[in-house]
Write a protein that binds this ligand. Structure first.
Ligand SMILES: Cc1cc2nc3c(=O)[nH]c(=O)nc-3n(C[C@H](O)[C@H](O)[C@H](O)COP(=O)(O)O)c2cc1C
Length: 178
């Protein structure tokens, strides 16, 4: 699909079809696309925990997401995204290179996330990036080590709705040229 078209076509999907599920192979393809993103000194600190089983996913949604967000993920595969702390944006001796600290790890993961959702869209899936989630419950549910910072949960599935494009700000509003 042409890139401009792909960017414009991607939407956050909050209703998924029960008829067809995402395959493990396709999830791997999305994660491979995520891995093509740039990262701080090529540190590649993003990590992915993929919930495919219906039983485990249902338990996860009940325990780790608020009800509203859990309802939006029905029939979807659920990816928990994390990054290794104190590496991207940090010197070898463990001191931060600048004031953003682990913000750079989060930045890298966000770049990967965009690749991932665009690849999902190209494969015919919808996605929802979720920031409102219970990180402590997620850590204990998936035994995520303390050296990983938990970021977004991403739902991936076959869309059962065609959301309208939420309005964007006028470009002139957000840009300054010097
Ligand atoms: C970091 C981040 C966190 C988000 N968290 C949530 C969330 O908790 N629940 C939800 O329904 N949507 C969430 N969204 C989706 C946004 O609401 C959505 O991207 C925005 O409204 C623009 O719509 P679009 O993705 O269709 O372009 C999140 C998006 C991002 C990037």
């Amino acid at each position: 699909m042409e890139f401009q078209n792909l960017m414009e076509k991607r939407r956050s999907v909050r209703k998924y079809s029960a008829d067809r599920k995402v395959s493990k192979e396709d999830i791997m393809e999305m994660i491979r696309a995520a891995q093509e993103a740039p990262s701080w000194k090529n540190s590649q600190t993003g990590r992915y925990y993929c919930l495919m089983s219906e039983e485990i996913t249902a338990k996860f949604l009940a325990e780790c997401l608020p009800e509203g967000n859990a309802a939006k993920c029905q029939n979807a595969a659920v990816l928990v995204t994390t990054f290794i702390r104190d590496r991207s944006g940090f010197k070898q001796d463990g001191t931060p290179d600048n004031e953003l600290g682990n913000g750079w790890g989060c930045y890298d993961l966000g770049l990967q996330a965009e690749n991932l959702v665009l690849k999902a869209s190209e494969l015919g899936y919808g996605t929802l990036i979720i920031g409102i989630r219970d990180a402590d419950s997620i850590r204990s549910f998936l035994s995520i080590p303390e050296n990983e910072i938990i970021a977004a949960v991403i739902a991936v599935g076959v869309p059962a709705e065609e959301p309208k494009r939420p309005k964007r700000k006028e470009t002139e509003e957000i840009v300054k040229f010097f």
